[in-house]
Design a protein around this ligand. Structure first.
Ligand code: PLP
Length: 415
């Protein structure tokens, strides 16, 4: 972005201004208000001299303002990447067609046989599966340590071998929050890179690079897109490292479609508006549930009762839009409670305009027995509620009506 394009005039912008304008070129071409969807598979050269000029820059270094073929880059995607980099206060960002594509590409690009990863439990299940199956085939080992246990994390590090420390904040489904400064220090002290999946927080609530974390990743499918209608993934960090990822993407071929990029850029403009509303709604819902006799326990980092409340308060400017809780009762009491709700849809995912609700015992862990689930800490009566942008009063009225019909606590068998 050129100096004349900048809207900062020396002031650190607020998240809403940033979401609308940050990283966006003032001149988007064709006098268009929005970034055009450049729907092309290849790019043309006026003549051979122009081609040679381009190739010289590519081979000998220089600012490339164009590409030769769409697997290497697309202007609609560049615009999205600049915007996300600005929101994260990162040098640069690289966008992928899904969150899983982002994390798997990063690992495949940076790791080599003999590398070791330390990862916290309570992580996105497919990420963990990728490490424990695919990476294992290539001689890369993963140690899983309990979330929130920094001593265990430190003990699991193998000096000279551990290349990545990977954690999430807040986690799914218990919304645990890592001490980022501590994780970053452990990484630096042991020459391991640190990666934080902060899909649940968004840069509106948390900017991990400011704590010294090396890479931040998001499933852009969730809050960035924000409308439950598009997949996407992103990694942001230092320029040279992001460039390596972009070069690898040109070989892997996992490029995002320009229309998908357009939808994500459009979603980003309302990111701060939505997230702040969702923060406020989730706080109200969490407090309402915590005071309800038919709820056993509520997990929300904004509540004083949450084990990571203090660190969340110090690190985050909002606690996010997801609330997890346990209904007093068994698996059936819980699913009956969910089935009576009228507003949220029963669906996985989070961060969109519509509220979504799920019972992890069914959604992510149906293949495990009740006992196996309990061993990994997923109770049958656990519910994850991802708030949309509906009015919190209506959401609470809906919850209240369903809980009203739930069996009284005395008559239910405790799990
Ligand atoms: C959804 C999600 C992912 C995976 O992202 P996709 O866009 O679905 O591929 C990774 N991490 C977290 C925390 C997620 O919620």
């Amino acid at each position: 972005m050129s100096e004349s394009d900048s809207i900062s005039n020396g002031r650190d912008k607020g998240a809403s201004t940033d979401a609308v304008h940050g990283g966006a070129a003032r001149d988007k071409g064709f006098h268009a208000m929005t970034t055009p969807i450049v729907q092309t598979a290849t790019y043309t050269f006026d003549n051979t001299a122009k081609l040679i000029e381009f190739l010289d820059k590519k081979v000998y270094g220089g600012e490339l303002e164009r590409e030769e073929y769409a697997r290497y880059g697309n202007p609609s995607v560049w615009s999205l990447e600049r915007r996300i980099a600005e929101l994260e206060r990162a040098d640069d960002a690289v966008v992928y067609p899904s969150g899983m594509s982002a994390v798997t590409s990063l690992f495949l690009t940076v790791l080599r046989p003999g590398s070791h990863i330390v990862m916290t439990d309570d992580c996105y299940r497919r990420t963990r599966q990728f490490c424990e199956t695919t990476l294992k085939k290539f001689g890369i080992e993963t140690s899983i340590v309990p979330m929130g246990d920094c001593a265990a994390l430190e003990a699991a590090i193998r000096r000279g071998k551990t290349r990545f420390i990977f954690t999430e904040t807040p986690t799914n489904p218990y919304l645990r929050v890592a001490d980022l400064k501590r994780v970053a220090e452990l990484g630096r002290a042991n020459r391991a890179m640190t990666l934080l999946d902060t899909t649940f927080a968004t840069p509106v609530n948390l900017r991990p690079l400011e704590y010294g974390i090396d890479f931040v990743m998001h499933s852009a499918t969730k809050y960035f897109g924000g409308h439950n209608d598009v997949l996407g993934g992103v990694i942001a960090g230092e320029a040279g490292r992001i460039k390596a990822l972009k070069d690898a993407r040109g070989i892997f071929g996992n490029v995002i479609d320009p229309h998908q990029a357009f939808l994500l850029e459009r979603g980003l403009k309302t990111l701060a508006l939505r997230v702040r509303h969702q923060n406020a709604s989730a706080s109200k819902v969490a407090r309402y549930l915590e005071g309800h006799a038919k709820i056993d326990r509520v997990y929300y980092p904004g509540l004083e009762s949450h084990p990571d409340h203090q660190i969340a308060k110090a690190q985050m400017s909002g606690f996010g839009g997801v609330v997890s809780f346990e209904v007093a009762g068994d698996i059936k009491t819980t699913s009956d409670f969910i089935d009576r709700l009228r507003l949220p849809y029963i669906a996985p995912s989070l961060g969109g305009t519509e509220s979504l609700i799920e019972q992890p015992a069914y959604f992510s862990y149906y293949d495990l027995s009740s006992e196996e689930r309990r061993d990994i800490g997923i109770k049958d009566n656990l519910v994850r509620f991802a708030l949309g942008i509906e009015d919190p009063e209506d959401i609470i009225a809906d919850l209240d009506a369903s809980l009203e019909q739930a069996p009284a606590r005395q008559s239910v068998s405790r799990v």
